[in-house]
Design a protein around this ligand. Structure first.
Ligand code: NCD
Ligand code: ZN
Ligand code: ZN
Ligand code: ZN
Length: 358
């Protein structure tokens, strides 16, 4: 049995408010615990989006009542929430900027608003960017010019990782994450997954991009699932929304990478615990660890997963390495397929930092 610190996923979509038929704070954090995650950072592309005080308060209320593991919330950058973003900054784990079209209405459509956010964001969290291809060059330049700390979400291409490597060498304050599906799937898997189900942003890339991500792993600060649940009905429908669920398969996939000698257990701990905690300024979770059976072989069957979405792009895949037990702040929160951490046990890690007396 392998004992690891509680995993931290800096990029999940829990769909609350407004998308609870896909997932909510209850099922999403149950999936997190089952996957070995004791903290998740939730994205703001909800309905309504988390882009003002009222929507944030709504989400925080439900999270407080329903979350089974610890969490932080991102604020979405919009064209009309510049002042509000500054005021709400201490309550969120970061500001999320959507540079490109993806799921939800939060795409940044105004160049002047983008510049103003980069000029005015006070931190302490970074500006997290969905920035594919040329958009990546834009946000790297803005980070440099406005001396902002940025975190690049779900990097999927070799040239993007090269650009980030170069920016780091030049002193830009940039960190980045890669999602397991971009390390373990390529566009060659599209036919097997099916066209609608395989829709994801950024799209599955070429095998040579996958190889480049593995080869450039030292530039990758975090693994993030980008857990983006949509129902099977939606994925198989006429306009399939992009996104894969990923919380319950990430560790098994990456343990496979360790088995194959592509990374070490230390590499994994750095990218799934140490770095996400540091980058987002999260407080340590005392008495928190997970127990992993490195030799447990299992097959991915969506029907057995905790996520409400009911499918997985990894369906039928045979993985070795499975979470047996999760202890969160002294309490057994997951054991052998059973989620034991009750709704409401999860804490807002960012609010927790705020409430520490000076
Ligand atoms: C995400 C979603 O469904 O919210 N979809 C995706 O394909 N990754 C949005 C996002 O992270 O870009
Ligand atoms: Zn994205
Ligand atoms: Zn996402
Ligand atoms: Zn630690």
């Amino acid at each position: 049995m392998l004992e690891l610190p509680g995993l931290i996923d800096p990029h999940v979509h829990l769909r609350e408010p407004g998308g609870t038929h896909k997932e909510d704070f209850d099922t999403g954090t149950a999936a997190a615990l089952a996957g070995g995650f004791t903290a998740v950072l939730a994205m703001p592309n909800t309905q309504p989006p988390l882009a003002d005080a009222a929507s944030l308060e709504l989400a925080r209320g439900t999270a407080r009542a329903k979350a089974r593991c610890d969490y932080g919330l991102f604020l979405g950058a919009g064209e009309h929430n510049l002042d509000v973003a500054g005021e709400l900054a201490p309550q969120v784990c970061g500001l999320k900027v959507y540079m490109d079209q993806t799921y939800g209405p939060l795409r940044m459509g105004s160049f002047s608003a983008l510049l103003a956010h980069f000029k005015r964001w006070p931190g302490p969290g970074p500006i997290a960017c969905h920035a594919e291809g040329p958009s990546l060059a834009v946000v790297l330049a803005l980070a440099q010019l406005f001396e902002q700390r940025i975190h690049i979400c779900h990097v999927s291409l070799g040239i993007e990782l090269e650009l980030i490597r170069l920016a780091k060498q030049r002193g830009t304050r940039v960190t980045c994450e890669v999602a397991p599906h971009h390390l373990f799937l390529s566009r060659e898997d599209l036919p097997a997954i099916g066209p609608g189900r395989a829709e994801v942003r950024p799209p599955l890339a070429s095998p040579s991009d996958v190889a480049a991500l593995w080869a450039g792993l030292e530039v990758v600060d975090c693994f993030a699932t980008d857990h983006a649940p949509h129902t099977l009905q939606e994925k198989d429908g006429a306009e399939p929304p992009p996104g894969f669920p990923g919380l319950e398969t990430a560790l098994g996939l990456l343990m496979g990478g360790i088995r194959e000698g592509r990374l070490s257990i230390e590499d994994l701990i750095q990218r799934m615990h140490v770095n996400p905690q540091k980058i987002f300024g999260l407080p340590p979770q005392p008495e928190t660890w997970i127990e992993v059976d490195e030799d447990a072989a299992w097959e991915v069957r969506a029907a057995e997963l905790q996520s409400r979405c009911g499918w997985s792009p990894f369906e039928g895949m045979k993985l070795i390495g499975r979470v047996r037990r999760v202890t969160l702040r002294g309490r057994l929160a997951y054991q052998d397929g059973e989620v034991l951490g009750p709704m409401g046990y999860g804490r807002d890690l960012v609010a927790a930092v705020q409430s520490v007396p000076a």
